[in-house]
Design a protein around this ligand. Structure first.
Ligand code: FA5
Length: 340
């Protein structure tokens, strides 16, 4: 019986060895029969428990089969090695290594850093605020009355919350109030950051964009200061004199308010998709800070004056790098990104 079992192991294992097509397969076969828990190993370990007669018959057979399996494995290994196409397998260790791609800064980050450099050189601080903002900071503190149609000016992503109303901030202006609550005039600060609007996208509109807010407050800050600083900023940012245009506008938190355009640098004012054919691109809103906003921040009414603006970073980047579609910035197309 045992002898037959051993013979069965022999024919089965040799057949498998013959058919094996790789060293790995061969190794697995060897382990199956001759490994620590292999089927032949178990029989060999059990020989000592057999009667002397049975051991005399089974012992030599089992040992011979073990030798046969080992030998068959060695021969097959040689055979497989001879089949390897060494020409194909050859490795040229002198070849230069593959270059790993290193990342680089996104154009929006580059523009943000440029802006920060210009303003810090003019003595401005840089501040930050939350992207998920309370309805109070985003609207109420900025003089948007409850249910006033002005709240519709910026289509809003509302965040579900039962206690307090939160929004994905629609502009960087709420940080004006946050900053003023913590700091007393005179102050000069810029606030770059990401904002969100629930709107259909086109060549100049995105749902997720960046703005940078500027806020200057002091005893006698005027529109003249505003114009000077803005002109200085654009000259440094574009490294050339840039034509700017102010149009009267309405924002609840500034009085008077204006909309701010620059001459399109993509077409030099002739009209193209980047400026929707008009030759000018709206860059931001601006104005003299409303006394109501000062009051919310805890400043005494009519003591200070100040100006503020909120400019679109993507639109500035479009003008700087002559990009004709805002959607390219966050579209994830490497052919675009790798140009910077
Ligand atoms: C505001 O967001 C005001 N907070 C600006 C402001 C600040 C006014 C301080 C007064 C004082 P407005 O909605 O116009 O304003 O947006 C300002 C700028 O952000 C726009 O001129 C434009 O450059 C950019 N912007 C706004 N919406 C989009 C959009 N969907 N895609 C790309 N850029 C946008």
């Amino acid at each position: 019986m045992l002898k037959q079992k051993i013979e069965g192991i022999k024919s089965e294992s040799l057949e498998k060895i013959k058919k094996s097509a790789s060293e790995r397969e061969l190794y697995d076969i060897k382990v199956k029969y001759l490994g620590r828990n292999g089927s032949l190993t178990k029989i060999l370990k059990n020989l000592k428990n057999l009667s002397p007669e049975k051991r005399r018959v089974a012992g030599p057979v089992a040992n011979q089969v073990r030798r046969d399996i080992k030998e068959a494995c060695q021969n097959k290994k040689k055979e497989l090695a001879e089949q390897v196409d060494w020409e194909k397998e050859k490795i040229d260790v002198t070849l230069p290594g593959r270059k790993t791609e290193t990342g680089h800064l996104h154009p929006i980050t580059l523009v943000q850093r440029d802006i920060e450099k210009i303003f810090t050189s003019m003595g401005f601080k840089i501040a930050d605020g939350p992207e998920i903002e309370s309805d109070w900071y985003n609207f109420t503190a900025l003089n948007f009355p409850q249910d006033h149609p002005a709240r519709d000016m910026q289509d809003t992503f509302w965040v579900k919350n039962n206690k307090e109303k939160f929004v994905l901030r629609t502009h960087t202006s709420p940080v004006q109030v946050r900053f003023m609550k913590e700091n007393k005039p005179p102050l000069k600060v810029i606030i770059p950051g990401r904002v969100f609007r629930n709107e259909a996208t086109d060549a100049t509109h995105e749902h997720t964009l960046h703005q940078f807010e500027a806020l200057v407050v002091g005893d006698d800050v005027s529109v003249g200061h505003f114009k000077y600083i803005v002109q200085e900023f654009f000259t440094q940012f574009f490294s050339k004199e840039t034509k700017i245009r102010l149009r009267p506008c309405y924002f609840p938190f500034t009085e008077p308010s204006f909309e701010f355009d620059i001459n399109c640098t993509v077409c030099n004012g002739k009209g193209c998709p980047s400026c929707k054919g008009g030759g000018w691109l709206e860059i931001g809103g601006a104005g003299m800070v409303s006394q109501n906003v000062f009051a919310v921040a805890g400043y005494p009414k009519n003591k200070y004056q100040g100006f503020a603006w909120g400019f679109g970073l993507e639109r500035l980047a479009m003008m700087k790098y002559k990009i004709n579609d805002i959607r390219l910035f966050h579209g994830g197309d490497l052919r675009f990104i790798q140009q910077f």
